[in-house]
Write a protein that binds this ligand. Structure first.
Ligand code: NAG
Ligand code: NAG
Ligand code: NAG
Ligand code: NAG
Ligand code: NAG
Ligand code: NAG
Ligand code: NAG
Length: 531
């Protein structure tokens, strides 16, 4: 079924690589200074008879010229069904606090159908190979410096996972994940660990349903969910996520979306006719006046999408790519030409024709199935991860809103953030969703989020590798166990654009610092003026 979806847009508009941007030479000084704590695996609490088969030799990862440390990777079945298996790459933490507190954090990329292994390499993992850069480097912002982290390719059909996709809803996705998780906990003997579920983009569907299903099991040996964090998540129907906030977004980003007068007038006319900015004026207020309707203005209730004459986001996006053909798949409205070489991308220069994770030597090094073709994101039309490319929870329902309040109520520790430059999932959509949730008995935030998002000082002497802005880099707000942040200089890929914000988010999630307003330095040494 040819449904329009976020990822189909991403894929449809994927542009060929236009040039190879010669990167800066790698700075040897950074490499010496880079934090590295390669543990002796024979002393690891995670190494046992069952897990030994999954051990990865950290010095033998192709094209990586440093030791990534202790890690485990491979396939584990979903429950007792060995025909369906999920792929994981698990990095025990280099931080003693993670073992003392018995914590494990799960990271889920969105899509649907995009690989978490891919974002390990380009967002928040120990080895980082970002678009346009020459080779993998050590990532001082890797989340495993804070806690034990596992990246999982899910649901079935994604990345290196095995089996025939059977999911028709997020309830199905959650049951797949829980079956896998039981085996993971048993393999690494992490019974009784506090579980933190994190994700991005379509992870705004996955993470709440998985967290909720785990909490429903009421079994702290396997499923002690203690917090959840998501950025640039999709939680609600597409018109709310894209069409309703788009005119306001265009207005805010005039300098990089310089539409001509005719088109600007057309946007205003459609916006007025379909009632979009009027909807923001009515519902994006603090405190909210009341719950939002279940059918949105401009929506066709048969598809849950905007009616053709109200499909404002698509019109704006297509016009934007006329002005800026390198709009980077909408991940960041400020992106521009040239399109950078992407080692995991769908378009690669002939000098590097295969995505990194599809190289046979890479698969062998990380216990990945040799006979599975790895792509970062599955094409939803040819290889959907939901049967008929339809996730009932979104295509026929209000998204993850039905389960989000229960996760906040039961954990008191949920973070929903957004990169303000995201032109794929628009930032106002997260706030609109929050204003339609009732948790701890009250609807929405009572106050407008305008506290600072504070990042402690960072040493940026070497901007060639892991530079990150600091100071007040956006806004934040917390009420009744739910925390918001808006990262002013990040797009859809927050950890790639603002790694310090993503790192701070994990510190807040784990309770290592009070919140985003805290002036405390980072809790691990960042090798700069912060300690
Ligand atoms: C790792 O630890 C074991 C047991 O303590 C020890 O025998 C071995 O020499 C250590 N290996 C390295 C490389 O440090
Ligand atoms: C890990 O890989 C390195 C580099 O190929 C090799 O020298 C070393 O012997 C390997 N270690 C183990 C335990 O296989
Ligand atoms: C596998 O089956 C056994 C026996 O029915 C059951 O006890 C166990 O919980 C199952 N394992 C998983 C991971 O579902
Ligand atoms: C807002 O919440 C109500 C009550 O939970 C729900 O029925 C409605 O579908 C939601 N509206 C939107 C636009 O998501
Ligand atoms: C104005 O922009 C629209 C959308 O990109 C385009 O179709 C149209 O041709 C432009 N008009 C003029 C006069 O440039
Ligand atoms: C891939 O290989 C594994 C064993 O290495 C096998 O179990 C699996 O069935 C194979 N998958 C396909 C699609 O051939
Ligand atoms: C998927 O589509 C086929 C063909 O239209 C239909 O027979 C089947 O019932 C659909 N499955 C689901 C789960 O919607």
């Amino acid at each position: 079924m040819m449904r329009w979806s976020l990822v189909s847009l991403v894929l449809a508009l994927a542009v060929p690589v236009l040039g190879y941007h010669k990167p800066r030479p790698l700075n040897a000084r950074y490499r010496r200074q880079a934090p590295t704590s390669v543990k002796n695996q024979t002393q690891s609490p995670f190494l046992n008879e069952r897990s030994t088969d999954f051990a990865v030799n950290g010095s033998a990862i192709p094209l990586v010229d440093f030791d990534v440390g202790e890690s485990y990777a491979g396939l584990l079945p979903i429950g007792n069904d060995t025909n369906s298996q999920l792929y994981f790459w698990f990095f025990p933490s280099t931080n003693p606090a993670a073992q003392e507190n018995k914590e494990i954090l799960i990271y889920l990329t969105g899509g649907p159908g995009c690989s978490s292994t891919g974002e390990l390499l380009q967002q928040n993992g120990p080895l980082l190979w970002q678009p346009g850069t020459f080779q993998p480097v050590q990532n001082k912002w890797s989340w495993h410096r804070l806690t034990n982290v596992v990246w999982v390719d899910q649901p079935v059909g994604t990345g290196f996972s095995q089996g025939t996709p059977t999911a028709t809803s997020e309830e199905d996705v959650a049951q797949q994940f829980l079956g896998f998780w039981q085996n993971f906990v048993d393999t690494f003997a992490v019974q009784g660990y506090k579980v933190y579920v994190t994700g991005s983009s379509y992870g705004g569907m996955y993470a709440p349903f998985i967290s909720s299903a785990m909490l429903d099991r009421n079994d702290a040996r396997y499923f002690d969910v203690s917090g959840m964090a998501i950025w640039d998540g999709l939680y609600s129907k597409i018109p709310l996520t894209e069409d309703i906030p788009v005119a306001a977004f265009v207005d805010k980003f005039k300098s990089v979306l310089p539409f001509n007068d005719t088109f600007t007038a057309a946007i205003k006319a459609i916006d007025a006719q379909c009632g979009y900015t009027a909807y923001l004026d009515e519902y994006l207020v603090f405190p909210p006046r009341g719950p939002q309707p279940s059918t949105l203005p401009g929506e066709d209730p048969a598809t849950n999408l905007a009616r053709p004459e109200c499909a404002l986001y698509l019109a704006v996006f297509l016009a934007a790519t006329e002005l800026n053909p390198c709009l980077n798949k909408a991940f960041d409205v400020t992106s521009h030409c040239p399109v950078l070489f992407d080692p995991i991308g769908t378009t690669l220069p002939t000098a590097f024709p295969t995505p990194y994770f599809d190289l046979p030597a890479v698969k062998a090094a990380i216990n990945a199935p040799a006979n599975t073709t790895w792509v970062f994101c599955q094409n939803p039309f040819t290889n959907p991860v939901f049967v008929n490319n339809t996730d009932r929870s979104l295509n026929a329902g209000p998204g993850s809103q039905p389960v989000l309040p229960g996760v906040i109520d039961r954990t008191g520790n949920v973070i929903l953030g957004h990169g303000e430059r995201d032109f794929l999932v628009l930032p106002d959509a997260t706030l609109l969703t929050i204003q339609n949730l009732t948790w701890r008995g009250v609807l929405g935030f009572q106050q407008r989020p305008e506290a600072p998002l504070l990042i402690p000082a960072v040493d940026n002497a070497n901007v060639g590798t892991a530079a990150a802005g600091f100071g007040v880099v956006g806004s934040s707000h917390a009420e009744r166990g739910l925390t918001w942040f808006g990262a002013a200089m990040a797009g859809h890929l927050v950890a790639q654009d603002q790694p310090a914000v993503a790192f701070r988010m994990v510190e807040v999630l784990l309770g290592r610092v009070e919140g985003f307003e805290s002036v405390e330095p980072f809790t691990v040494d960042m090798g700069g003026g912060d300690s």
